[in-house]
Write a protein that binds this ligand. Structure first.
Ligand code: FE
Length: 133
């Protein structure tokens, strides 16, 4: 992609809410069952709260019981990117928006079929919209 938004830390601070900033730019994690979307079941698309890229869809959303929005796959394979996160004494797969680099959450291998993956995503990193069909 050629239109990656290059923004200064100060710009992100001005554009995002403190909670969005803490998650997207600070790689923070919201408290479980505290976010806006963990219990959302309506037909929708989930966009990056930082740059608006469509990241996830209600079609792939499932109830994980974790208190975070959980998806078995992204809306498009190239919408997100991953890296190994060795913080907190664990080796986890961190997932972020491929366009703006905003931190979304982590991927675990205990999800449902067909992917077996669980994209454990912070509500604060997402903006839910009605779907475009
Ligand atoms: Fe983004």
């Amino acid at each position: 992609m050629t239109d990656k938004p290059i923004k200064s830390d100060e710009q992100w601070r001005q554009e995002l809410t403190p909670e969005q900033y803490q998650v997207l730019r600070g790689k923070g994690t919201e408290r479980p069952f505290s976010g806006a979307y963990w219990d959302a079941h309506d037909d929708a698309v989930y966009k990056c709260a930082g740059c608006g890229t469509q990241l996830f869809r209600s079609d792939e959303k499932f109830d994980s019981g974790t208190g975070w929005p959980s998806f078995c796959a992204p809306a498009a394979a190239d919408a997100v990117a991953t890296e190994v996160d060795r913080s907190h004494g664990m080796a986890r797969t961190e997932v972020h928006c491929a366009r703006c680099g905003g931190h979304l959450g982590h991927i675990f291998e205990d999800g449902p079929a067909p992917t077996g993956l669980r994209y454990c995503i912070n509500s604060a990193s997402l903006k839910k919209d009605p779907p475009v069909r």
